[in-house]
Design a protein around this ligand. Structure first.
Ligand code: AMP
Length: 598
C-alpha cells in the first residue's frame, strides 16, 4: 500500500503531512514552505497557478485570484451573499443555487477550485516522497454541514484522491495531542483560522478520543479581522482625502494585504505603521495612505469578533455540561489564535494557561497524518468518538420538523422512524430530510427530498414505511426509506443530496497543473514585488537617507505604480523592472555607506 497523506485544507493555508516510521512529518512544498497558501490564480489564457505564486499575483490581478474558497464550498449563494460581496473575485449563483466563481467568463464550482489546491498538495507529496499518492485523509471544520463535507470529498475525487476519511479539525488536533501524551485528560481545542471558528471539548484517554461537544461558526475568522481593519482604513482615507476607495478591487486588495500584515505585526508589537503610497489617483494627483494603528485601537475594532468566539465556547461548555474547572488543557489551533487579545479572552474563560506546545498552523495536518497512520495500520488504533453537529430529522404533518438524530449524538449513528400515508390509496410518500433544531421545517436546512413510490393501495395510515438515517464515520448522512408492509427491498437512498455524481466528477477531473508560464503575469508580479520591497526599504531606512534621495525614491515608486496601473505592456514592464532594480541597488549602497559612516 502506498503512503496515505493527511491534508488540512485550510481557508487561508493548507498543510500536508504523512507518517514517517510512526511519527508525523509535515511535507515541504516546492518553494521550501511547510504551508501552501490556499490560493488559485488564473492568467488571461486560462493557465492556473496555485500557492505562493498565486498569492503573489493577487495584488496585481485580484479579479482572477481566488482565495478563501473554503467559505463557499457546498453553500447556497443566497446564504453567502455578504461574503461573496467582500471578495475581490466574482462569485455568482450557479444554476443549482450554489456558489460558483466566475473567472474570465468561465464558471468554476468551489469543488473545482479546492481540487486545484488539493492537486498541488498531492504533487508536493509525490515529489517529496518519490512515489505516487492516491489516498488521503482530509480535515474539515467540526461545524461543516453535510453539504460542505460532501463538497470537500468531491474536491478530493476531482483532484484524483481517494478520500479514505474525513475528520473534524479539532478532532485531528486532539489526535496529535493524544499521540504526544497518551494520558487521560479533558481538553478544549480552540480553533480560530482564516475563515472559520470551532470549539470542541474532548475527553482523551490512552486510546480513545471522545468529543463531548462542539460548536462553531463557519463564517468567522481572521478574514473578518482584516476586513474590520480595512473598514477603519477606508474611513480614515475618506476623512482625509474625501475619496471613497472601496470600489476598486486593486485598492481593496492592497488594503486587505496591509491590514493582514498590520494584524500579524500587532501580535508581537504594540503599534504599527500602515503606509500605502499611491493608493489612488485623484485626477492627476496621487493620494497616499498613511496610518498608525496601535493595539488598543485594533482591539476595540475587532473585539466583537472575538466575543462571538467566546460565546460559542460558553455554549459548548453548556452542551457538554462542563465547568471550565473540569478542563485540563486548552489547545490553541489556527493562525488567528496568535492574536494576544484572543489568547487573553480564552485564558480568562477557561482559567487555564494555554497549551502552546503545538504549531497552530500544523497541528491539524499532523492529526490527519496520524489518522492515516491508524488507517494504514502503522499507528496504534485510536477510537474516535465524534459527534454530529446538527440535529437531523424529517418534515412531518403541519410543516413541522421531527428530529431523529439530535445534535451532539456520537457518530457513527443510526435511527429509524416509521411513517405512513395521509390519504387512502396513496401510492407515493415524499420524505423531506432536514438539518437543524428549529421546530418548523421551513426554518431548517433542507438536505434534500425523495419519494418512495410503488406503495400498495391501502387505507391511509396503514402502510408502514421505515425511514432510516445513518451518519457514517465521516459525518456524512445517508437516508433511505422502505415499505415494510410489502417487504419490498427497494429502498431509496439519498446518499448526500449535494454530492456530485460520479460522471460529474469524471468530467471535472483536473488535467495536471500547467507550469506557470505566463511571462507577462510573472513580470507584473516581479515589478509589484520590487515596488513593495522598495517601499519597505524606504520606510525602514528613512533616517539614514538624505531628503533628496528620499524624493528620488518616492518619484520612482510613483512612476512604478502609475506604469503598473496604466500600461502593463511587457516592454514597459521590463524597462521598469530594470529601473527599479537600479534604484534599489543604489539605495542599498547609500544606506550601507551612511550606516558605516556613523
Ligand atoms: P489558518 O486558517 O489556520 O491558516 O489561519 C490563517 C489566519 O491566521 C489568517 O487570517 C492569518 O491572517 C491569521 N494569522 C496568521 N498568523 C497570525 C498572527 N501572527 N497574528 C494574527 N493572525 C495571524
Amino acid at each position: 500500500m502506498g503512503t496515505i497523506i493527511g491534508i488540512d485544507l485550510g481557508t487561508t493555508n493548507s498543510v500536508v503531512a504523512y507518517m514517517d516510521h510512526a511519527e508525523p512529518r509535515v511535507i515541504i512544498n516546492e518553494q521550501g514552505g511547510r504551508v501552501t497558501p490556499s490560493v488559485v490564480g488564473f492568467s488571461q489564457d486560462g493557465e492556473r497557478f496555485v500557492g505562493d505564486i498565486a498569492k503573489r499575483q493577487r495584488l496585481v490581478n485580484p479579479k482572477a485570484t481566488v482565495y478563501g474558497i473554503k467559505r463557499f464550498m457546498g453553500r447556497r449563494y443566497q446564504d453567502c451573499r455578504d461574503e461573496a460581496a467582500a471578495v475581490t473575485y466574482e462569485v455568482v449563483e450557479a444554476p443549482n443555487g450554489d456558489c460558483a466563481v466566475r473567472i474570465g467568463g468561465r464558471d468554476y464550482i468551489p469543488q473545482e477550485i479546492a481540487a486545484m489546491i488539493l492537486q498541488r498538495l498531492k504533487k508536493s507529496a509525490e515529489d517529496f516522497l518519490g512515489e505516487q499518492v492516491t489516498e488521503a485523509v482530509l480535515t474539515v471544520p467540526a461545524y461543516f454541514t453535510d453539504r460542505q463535507r460532501q463538497a470537500t470529498r468531491d474536491a478530493g475525487a476531482i483532484a484524483g484522491l481517494d478520500v479514505l476519511r474525513i475528520i473534524n479539525e479539532p478532532t485531528a488536533a486532539a489526535l496529535a495531542y493524544l499521540h504526544d501524551r497518551r494520558r487521560p485528560s479533558t481538553i478544549a481545542v480552540y480553533d480560530f483560522g482564516g475563515g472559520t471558528f470551532d470549539i470542541s471539548l474532548l475527553r482523551v484517554d490512552r486510546d480513545v478520543a471522545e468529543v463531548l461537544a462542539t460548536r462553531g461558526d463557519n463564517s468567522l475568522g481572521g478574514a473578518d479581522v482584516d476586513r474590520a481593519v480595512v473598514a477603519w482604513l477606508l474611513e480614515r482615507f475618506e476623512d482625509e482625502h474625501g475619496i471613497d476607495a472601496s470600489g476598486d478591487p486593486v485598492v481593496m486588495q492592497r488594503l486587505l494585504d496591509a491590514a493582514e500584515r498590520a494584524k500579524m505585526e500587532l501580535s508581537n508589537v504594540r503599534s504599527t505603521e500602515i503606509h500605502l503610497p499611491f493608493l489612488v489617483t485623484d485626477g492627476d494627483r496621487p493620494r497616499h495612505l498613511q496610518a498608525r494603528l496601535d493595539r488598543e485601537t485594533f482591539e476595540s475594532l475587532t473585539a466583537p469578533i472575538y466575543e462571538r468566539t467566546i460565546a460559542e465556547c460558553e455554549r459548548a461548555l453548556a452542551d457538554a455540561r462542563l465547568d471550565p474547572a473540569d478542563l485540563d488543557e486548552v489547545i490553541m489551533v489556527g493562525g488567528s489564535s496568535r492574536i494576544p487579545r484572543v489568547q487573553a479572552l480564552v485564558r480568562d474563560l477557561f482559567r487555564k494557561p494555554l497549551n502552546k506546545g503545538f504549531n497552530p498552523d500544523e497541528v491539524v495536518a499532523v492529526g490527519a497524518a496520524i489518522q492515516s497512520g491508524i488507517l494504514g495500520g502503522e499507528v496504534k488504533s485510536v477510537t474516535l468518538l465524534d459527534v454530529t453537529n446538527f440535529s437531523l430529522g424529517i418534515e412531518v404533518a403541519g410543516g413541522r420538523s421531527a428530529v431523529l438524530i439530535p445534535k451532539n449524538t456520537t457518530i457513527p449513528a443510526q435511527q429509524h422512524q416509521l411513517v405512513s400515508t395521509v390519504v387512502d390509496n396513496q401510492r407515493t410518500v415524499k420524505i423531506h430530510v432536514l438539518q437543524g433544531e428549529a421546530p418548523l421545517a421551513r426554518d431548517n436546512v433542507s438536505l434534500g427530498e425523495f419519494e418512495l413510490t410503488g406503495i400498495q393501495p391501502a387505507p391511509r395510515g396503514v402502510p408502514r414505511i421505515q425511514v432510516r438515517f445513518h451518519i457514517d464515520v465521516n459525518g456524512i448522512v445517508h437516508v433511505s426509506a422502505r415499505d415494510t408492509r410489502t417487504g419490498a427491498e427497494e429502498a431509496i437512498t439519498i446518499d448526500a443530496p449535494s454530492a456530485l455524481k460520479r460522471s460529474d466528477i469524471e468530467a471535472l477531473r483536473l488535467e495536471p497543473e500547467a507550469p506557470p508560464v505566463d511571462p507577462a503575469a510573472r513580470l507584473r508580479d516581479k515589478v509589484e514585488h520590487q515596488l513593495v520591497a522598495l517601499e519597505t526599504f524606504l520606510r525602514e531606512h528613512q533616517p539614514l537617507l538624505h531628503k533628496s534621495a528620499i524624493q528620488d525614491v518616492e518619484q520612482a515608486l510613483k512612476r512604478g505604480r502609475m506604469a503598473l496601473l496604466k500600461s502593463p505592456e511587457r516592454a514597459n514592464l521590463e524597462t521598469l523592472s530594470r529601473y527599479l532594480a537600479r534604484i534599489q541597488q543604489h539605495l542599498e549602497q547609500k544606506t550601507r555607506r551612511a550606516a558605516g559612516g556613523r
